[in-house]
Design a protein around this ligand. Structure first.
Ligand code: PLP
Length: 223
C-alpha cells in the first residue's frame, strides 16, 4: 500500500476509511475515537501529527512515553494520552501520573497497584481490561474465564473501568475475536471497545470498536 506523503494526508486518509466503514455499518463516525500510536517515533516525528489536528495518542511503554511526552504536552495541553502496552506494577504510579487512559489492566496485582497510585495522586485514569482473546501464551491480557473475577476486583478497588481491549492473534481472521470481545463487553455492561489496528481497523469498526489504535498507517513503519 502506498502511503500519502504528509501527516495530514495520512490522517485524513484514515478518517475517510473510518467514515466509509462506519456509514456501511450504520454507525456515526464520531463515535469511533482514533488513537494515534506513536511508539518508537520521536517527538519530532509526532509534532506534524499534532499540527494536523490529532489530539489522542497512544504509547506502549511508560519509560519511552515519559521521555518524550512531557515536552509535547507542555506545547499542546489538550492532548489525551493512552497507554496500550503491558504495564508492570512497579510502574503503575508513573503510568497514572502520565496517562489519561490505561488499556492494559489484566491482573489482580496491577489492579491493586493502580488503586494505590490513583489514591496517592488524586487522579483516576479511565481503564480498559485487556482480554487475551485468542488464549495465546505469550500475550498480555486476562483469560476470558478470569474476566468476571477481575472486573469484580476493579469495582472494589474503585478503578474507572470503561471497556475492554484486545489484540487478536496475528495472521488469522480477526473478526471472530472482535465479535467475542464485543459480546463480553455487552455482557458486562461496558461501553468501550478498544480494538482494531492498522491492518484490521475496518473490521473492528464494523463489529463495534469505539477506540481504534493506529500506528504504522499514520506514522509509517517502525523500522
Ligand atoms: C503497536 C500497537 C498498535 C498499533 O499497531 P499498528 O499495526 O502499527 O497500527 C496498536 N495496539 C497496540 C497494543 C500496539 O502495541
Amino acid at each position: 500500500m502506498s502511503q500519502p506523503e504528509t501527516a495530514a494526508d495520512r490522517l485524513s486518509a484514515i478518517h475517510a476509511r473510518m467514515a466509509h466503514i462506519a456509514k456501511i455499518a450504520g454507525r456515526n463516525p464520531a463515535d469511533v475515537v482514533l488513537i494515534a500510536i506513536s511508539k518508537k517515533h520521536s517527538a519530532d516525528a509526532i509534532r506534524p501529527m499534532i499540527a494536523a489536528g490529532q489530539r489522542v495518542f497512544g504509547e506502549n511503554r511508560v519509560q519511552e512515553a515519559a521521555d518524550k511526552w512531557p515536552e509535547l504536552l507542555a506545547e499542546t495541553p489538550d492532548i489525551s494520552l493512552h497507554l496500550v502496552g503491558q504495564l508492570q506494577s512497579n510502574k503503575a504510579e508513573e503510568a497514572v501520573a502520565l496517562f489519561d487512559v490505561i488499556h492494559s489492566v489484566d491482573r489482580p496485582s496491577l489492579v491493586t497497584a493502580l488503586a494505590r497510585a490513583q489514591q496517592k495522586l488524586g487522579k483516576r485514569p479511565g481503564c480498559y481490561i485487556q482480554v487475551n482473546i485468542g488464549g495465546e501464551v505469550q500475550k498480555g491480557g486476562c483469560t476470558v474465564a478470569d474476566l468476571p473475577g477481575l472486573l469484580g476486583l476493579t469495582k472494589e478497588a474503585k478503578l474507572d473501568v470503561v471497556g475492554l481491549m484486545a489484540v487478536p492473534p496475528a495472521a488469522i481472521e480477526a473478526a471472530p475475536f472482535f465479535a467475542l470481545l464485543a459480546k463480553l463487553a455487552r455482557d458486562h455492561g461496558l461501553a468501550g471497545l478498544s480494538m482494531g489496528m492498522s491492518d484490521d481497523f475496518e473490521t473492528a469498526v464494523m463489529l463495534g470498536a469505539t477506540h481504534i489504535r493506529i500506528g504504522s498507517a499514520l506514522f509509517g513503519s517502525r523500522g
